[in-house]
Design a protein around this ligand. Sequence first.
Ligand SMILES: [Fe+2]
Ligand SMILES: [Fe+2]
Length: 393
Amino acid sequence: MRLAILGGSFNPVHLGHLYLADAVISAFGYDRVILIPAFRSPFKLDAAAPSPQDRLAMLAASVPGDSRLLVDDCEIRREGVSYTVDTLADIYRRYLPEAKPALILGDDLARDFPRWKNSGGILSLADIIIARRTIPEAGDYPYPCRQLQNEVMNISSAQVRDSIRQGTHWRYLVPAGARAIIEERGLYGFSAGASALSPALVVRMEEEVRRTLSLPRFLHSRQVAVMTSDLCRIFGLDSSAGYLAGIVHDIGKQLEEAELIRLAGTDRLPISPMENKKPSLLHGRAGAALLEERYGIGDQAILDAVRYHTTGSGLMGPLAKALYVADKIEASREGVEDRLRDFREYAGTGERGLDRLFGKIFMKTVAWLQTKKFELSEGTLRLLEQVERGASR
Ligand SMILES: [Fe+2]
Ligand SMILES: [Fe+2]
């Protein structure tokens, strides 16, 4: 087993780090790169940095399924200033390398390497590989080393930190797992806004929906999520809740009929003759039950929105109405009149505006069902009465 070591603050880990590890493996035939976050780097002291545990967690979440990349917390467990020579001794003890391991240095640090604590000792324990971080051509270094012919990837942790603080583009500079931790824990001043929902939950549920539904249905769900969150913003609701409700609204679609009926029954409402005849009508009710039972989602507005999106109901709240609308007219649905997707006239109209929009889309849907000679469900009929009463007031 040929080992290479990539240390650093990983504050936070970014795609440039993983790209270098990958490049060293393929360029020099190493089997494994051990990523080692420093407890305290001898070079940089950033008092405002997230805790070592946060940096470690981000790194650990960044390499799923890649057995060539290991994350080792020896420097964090050792505490104090993290010196590479101590780490190498530790690596020899625990990993029993068959050949001399490599130590990967960025060219930004390579110039100063001779001044590192016991750099002579490091050279006897490890082969140095210099990777390009800032300089696109080979350099000249006064000690034995090999140079990796990699592209300079113009990403730095400092740039990522600044972008998070300024609320600008950073999300695709870091691995998805690290991004989720930054958002979940509010690192580097990240703020999710007013929503009480965890961004990691949204990411997790989207992944679940992508895995379990067909690709066309997943893409439909994403369109619904984006439009529901837009509608929530227009009508003063929580747009993250809108996104989550949209992404999960059809999660009941993939269920077998028996499971569909069992889950739908857990809301203790009767299953109507029409639902019995056509169990796919239950995918909203069953989806809501599934979200509660299997995924622990307890937000009633989200559960209701999913529950009522198929047939509609007199019990729908604002989020349920927004989801219903988005499901019927999202951008990839065919046969929707263009003007129905234009929400400009609703800006600033609040809940009354949402009721108006919902009423319009609901009546269009009913009219369509009638032209197709579909029977209207009990929920739809009750809602129809309510909407017509509202319109005549
Ligand atoms: Fe649906
Ligand atoms: Fe849908």
